[in-house]
Design a protein. Structure first.
Length: 90
């Protein structure tokens, strides 16, 4: 997970990866392979968490009004609590 005020924090990731990020989404964590988990602040998908594969080039942009995801993104949770629960095997 990215923090705030550390060497590689959320603001640093937003600055360096803005070309990969859909509008109104920001990175909250990454994987060892460099892919990211994004938190949406779009009106229609507010709070949803998405997995974004940085190696897949999208042919269209994210459209929350139509609930249409680009090829590089997958919905993983409807909110942050659900996301955290999915990180652990009961």
């Amino acid at each position: 997970f990215f923090g705030i005020g550390r060497k590689s924090d959320i603001l640093d990731k937003i600055d360096n990866l803005s070309y990969l990020l859909p509008k109104n989404m920001f990175p909250i964590a990454d994987t060892p392979a460099g892919n990211m988990f994004l938190l949406s602040v779009h009106e229609e998908s507010y709070g949803n968490i998405y997995y974004k594969d940085h190696e897949i080039e999208d042919s269209f942009e994210f459209n929350d009004a139509k609930n249409k995801l680009p090829e590089s993104m997958v919905l993983v949770a409807n909110n942050f609590n659900d996301f955290l629960e999915k990180l652990y095997d009961n």
